[in-house]
Design a protein around this ligand. Structure first.
Ligand SMILES: Cc1cc2nc3c(=O)[nH]c(=O)nc-3n(C[C@H](O)[C@H](O)[C@H](O)COP(=O)(O)O)c2cc1C
Length: 452
């Protein structure tokens, strides 16, 4: 078995990936999901407090600057993540706060201010999930005829990350003086205009806020295609990913760690975090019944729309209990490079499902790993991936909320703790502390030191 990292007393990184109503596409309909509260900030604040009480590393909010076209059946409306995370920061003190923001639909200076503010306000708990927004209907909200191509989005994303990194470094750590006696508020020799001129951006800088507690928010990324992996190897400190099998997760893990090392980075400073969606029962049969109960709530119109988003094929009108029409899939199209497309194709080729079996499979967590079983079985799966070079931890994706998380915290965490695999107490205060990541120096301070 491929070795995992050599970190002594290595422990799991666990994030709570929050989706309104839960990750099963019909999770909001499950008894106890309280859908009337999805539009109430306290619903999310309380959930984050529960994750903090469980000593989780972070809460994570996905995002896209457009209303999904299948809102009729699914709880896919969203608060803007940083606004919500700031409300959560006010009622928590240790849990990390990871929010998504798009390099395609933000300007670097604005985004830099938002994450710097969250990191200051939270005492160093901010994380940025860097996405380029693959949602095809986003461009129309920004005056674009269509969503820019994968390649254009990626090119802009690299320059974008370079610019915001310079902005977060533009104040050296000791630039803020605040000395009423001398009357010096800031040592402006330690505040640097970044003077960035690039293909996509011209940004003078400096940022209009002092350097943050973490120096920079934690850089998270979630792309798994070849382009996505090379971007991750260059920038990411945590990588969210979706895998159906141990083997697929192991090959991704090994590739990312190899690419990161090849760029001279420490592979232990990149946390690989697959998604896991647990359906927990006190017996196998009970857990299976729970999973079936959720699938009985799905609405095929929504599931087929979601499948179309992943593989570009609309199967409306096809016999759901007939074999999946593999021959209709166009592997040469633009979707063909995307990791989720490949993941669905692998399921079809490996398991030869009917259309209904496939949509039920994806209903659980959109292609992320669904585990159905007793708390021991869930803990065993987590331990196997963790100890065999497939994961440094997980994005936990409860099928429904808050109940699905409460069961995981009450039933699975004690087993993981008994096995020494998860913390019993926080040992640090920032997200970088929780993830075991170094605090980066300001590149301007480093440059100064180099020429001194
Ligand atoms: C756990 C996870 C979370 C993601 N969150 C978002 C998100 O919030 N917003 C978004 O536009 N894309 C999100 N994505 C999609 C990725 O950013 C990326 O577009 C997708 O994985 C395809 O990447 P690829 O083309 O490199 O395969 C997420 C993906 C994963 C695995």
């Amino acid at each position: 078995m491929p070795a995992s990292s050599a970190i002594p007393n290595r422990q799991l990184t666990l994030n709570l990936f929050i989706y309104p109503g839960g990750h099963h596409e019909a999770g909001w309909r499950y008894p106890g999901s309280d859908p009337q509260r999805l539009n109430d900030a306290a619903y999310y604040q309380e959930l984050a407090q529960k994750a903090e009480a469980a000593k989780f590393d972070a809460v994570f909010f996905a995002d896209g600057p457009a209303l999904p076209d299948n809102i009729r059946y699914a709880s896919r409306f969203r608060y803007e993540p940083l606004t919500l995370l700031t409300a959560i920061a006010a009622v928590t003190s240790r849990i990390g706060l990871i929010g998504t923001a798009s390099t395609t639909y933000y300007e670097p200076y604005n985004l830099a201010r938002l994450y710097a503010s969250l990191d200051h306000i939270s005492g160093g708990r901010a994380g940025w999930n860097i996405v380029t927004t693959s949602a095809s209907n986003a461009g129309a909200n920004f005056g674009l005829p269509e969503n820019p191509s994968h390649a254009d989005r990626d090119a802009r994303a690299s320059e974008f990350v370079d610019v915001v990194t310079k902005l977060w470094d533009s104040w050296e750590d000791d630039a803020l003086v605040a000395d009423p006696v001398s009357g010096v508020l800031a040592d402006d020799a330690k505040i640097h205009a970044i003077e960035h001129i690039g293909r996509h951006f011209r940004v003078k800088g400096a940022l209009n806020a002092p350097r943050t507690p973490q120096g920079r928010p934690v850089y998270v990324q979630a792309g798994s295609s070849d382009d996505g992996r090379s971007f991750a190897a260059r920038y990411a400190e945590a990588i969210f990913t979706a895998h159906q099998t141990l083997a697929s997760a192991q090959s991704f893990y090994a590739d990312i760690k190899k690419q990161t090392a090849a760029l001279g980075r420490n592979p232990d400073h990149v946390r690989v975090l697959p998604g896991i969606s647990p359906y927990i029962g006190s017996t196998e049969a009970e857990a299976k019944a729970l999973f079936e109960e959720f699938n009985a709530l799905i609405q095929p119109a929504f599931s087929l729309a979601q499948l179309k988003q992943m593989i570009g094929l609309d199967l409306t009108g096809h016999d759901l209990d007939g074999p999946f029409p593999r021959h209709l899939i166009d592997t040469s199209g633009p979707l063909g490079v995307a990791s989720r497309f490949r993941l669905v194709l692998d399921i079809v080729d490996r398991e030869k499902p009917t259309i209904r079996q496939l949509i039920e499979r994806l209903a659980g967590a959109r292609g992320h790993y669904v585990v159905v079983g007793t708390p021991e079985k869930i803990a065993d799966e987590i331990q196997t991936w963790f100890e065999n070079g497939a994961a440094d931890g997980f994005n936990v994706m409860p099928p429904w909320l808050h109940g699905g998380f409460e069961v995981f915290a009450a039933e699975v965490l004690p087993i993981l703790r008994k096995r020494g695999l998860f913390r019993t107490e926080y040992s640090g205060t920032t997200l970088r502390d929780h993830y075991g990541l170094p605090r980066p120096d300001s590149q301007f301070a480093t440059a100064e030191r180099a020429t001194a």
